[in-house]
Design a protein around this ligand. Structure first.
Ligand code: SF4
Length: 443
């Protein structure tokens, strides 16, 4: 659990010798608590205190990395229960379960479906992050064969789910340096799975039946020197699983319970697809770090990816677009000019509507520090004066041969003032971006 500046101060030598570059031990302690300096700056801290402070500075939830290369993902290292307290650091990794007993044509179809699950939203690429290959057949040969086929067709990180540690060992040899996440169904098999994972340097997810069982198993694993673990919440009612996820996060973050401070995984195996999506959304909220699903339907996955993107956005830093003049389509000097704010959601909504109008246009993306139109206007960051300055700064007069500027309908009240301050003729556009196609076509 993170220590406060005062907690740290109590452990320092309190001699105010200034060797660390600070006037007092207290000033150094405050900076240390903010992680703005390194403990190494104080040469007089004893080994015992150093070990204690280093342990306390570790994140409450360990970081686990899965995969290799560009597609690898990390989960864990979370520090808070609620995103407004700071932010959530590593988005829930969404993976899709592939059974090894499907015929080759079926496998190719499923993999094609998985690869289609990549989307672009508010300027970010979003998609699923893993394929979980399940040894449903129970046959080693079948599992290895399908693993080779998946590897040949996909670069997504793998999760290898087999009930046999011997099969896992051979599968890891096939996977090579790809650092898949191994999976152990029974806590009683954990020692043999850890032995295999240690040999190949890969992380391991395992299932236990209760918080106590998870806690006991992770303590033993850590004592044996293996801590690259993910905790798979057992099957059960969604409410029970959410309770377990919440207790784990709470105990790790608030109570400093290291034995539960590992990323979590949830397998959503509900037959009714709509119910599975609802459950998955709840697990993304609280507090699944890896989520495995069976559906590959875009109408199921896209809402989950969108929801995840919103939950894992830093609440103190709105998604922003680089301020600039953006040409949309085959523009000319006569093309209309619209202005909006640099809040990503606003910008990309306006952009999408202009594109669908098929009227080549310029879109000025103005720096409003990521605020939407009305918020920015109320905060005096999207007023007549600021817009007039932006037109000069971006040299709009050199870009087009006319002097018409289309502003959002919500800020129509500034049009007269803006005309006076900018010298441009102000046209009031629709209030909602959805009205832009008709508006632009009828200009
Ligand atoms: S070097 Fe250590 S003992 Fe000296 S002032 Fe800094 S924190 Fe205190």
């Amino acid at each position: 659990m993170a220590l406060s500046g005062l907690d740290i101060y109590k452990l320092l030598p309190k001699t105010n010798c200034k060797k660390c570059g600070f006037q007092t031990c207290l000033a150094f302690a405050m900076q240390l608590a903010k992680k703005a300096v390194s403990l190494d700056k104080c040469p007089d801290v004893g080994a015992e205190v150093r070990a204690l402070l280093e342990e306390a500075s570790q994140p409450a939830i360990r970081l686990v990395e899965v995969g290799a290369g560009d597609r690898r993902f990390a989960v864990g290292q979370e520090t808070v229960l609620f995103r407004h307290e700071e932010k959530f650091h590593h988005p829930t990794a969404i993976g899709l379960i592939v059974e090894d007993d499907v015929p080759a044509s079926g496998l190719a179809h499923v993999l094609k479906g998985i690869h289609a699950l990549e989307f672009e939203r508010v300027g970010q690429k979003i998609g699923v992050q893993a394929i979980a290959l399940h040894n449903k057949s129970g046959e080693k040969g079948r599992f290895l064969e399908q693993l080779k086929a998946v590897r040949a067709a996909s670069s997504l990180p793998l999760i290898l789910m087999t009930s046999s540690a011997a099969t896992l060992k051979e599968a890891l040899a096939v996977a090579g340096p790809e650092r898949p996440l191994a999976y152990c169904h029974r806590v009683t098999d954990l020692a043999s799975y850890i032995s295999v994972c240690r040999e190949f340097g890969v992380p391991l997810a395992f299932r236990a039946s209760s918080l106590e069982e998870f806690s006991g198993a992770t303590r033993q694993a850590v004592q044996s020197g293996f801590a690259d673990l993910v905790l798979d919440i057992p099957e059960g009612r969604a409410a029970d699983r959410l309770w377990q996820l919440t207790q784990m996060r709470r105990l790790a973050v608030k109570k400093g319970e290291r034995s539960l401070g590992f990323p979590t995984m949830v397998i959503v195996d509900t037959a009714v697809e709509s119910e599975a999506v609802c459950q998955a959304a709840a697990y993304i909220s609280k507090y699944a770090n890896i989520l495995l699903l069976r559906t590959v339907k875009p109408e199921h996955i896209l809402p989950l990816l969108t929801f995840r993107q919103n939950i894992y956005t830093d609440p103190q830093k709105p998604l922003q677009v680089e301020p600039n003049i953006y040409p949309i389509g085959d523009v000319s000097k006569d093309s209309p000019v619209l202005i909006t704010t640099n809040f990503s959601l606003t910008y990309y909504t306006v952009l999408g509507e202009i594109e669908s109008s098929r009227v080549p246009s310029y879109l000025i993306c103005m720096n409003t520090e990521g605020m939407s139109v009305l918020t920015a206007w109320a905060a005096e960051k999207f007023g007549a004066e600021q817009i007039a300055d932006t037109l000069v700064k971006f040299k709009l007069a050199d870009v087009v041969s006319h002097t018409n500027l289309i502003i959002p309908g919500y800020v129509a009240m500034m049009s007269g003032d803006l005309e006076d301050k900018s010298g441009w003729r102000v046209l009031v556009g629709p209030r909602e971006a959805s009205g832009l196609p008709a508006y632009l076509k009828n200009l």
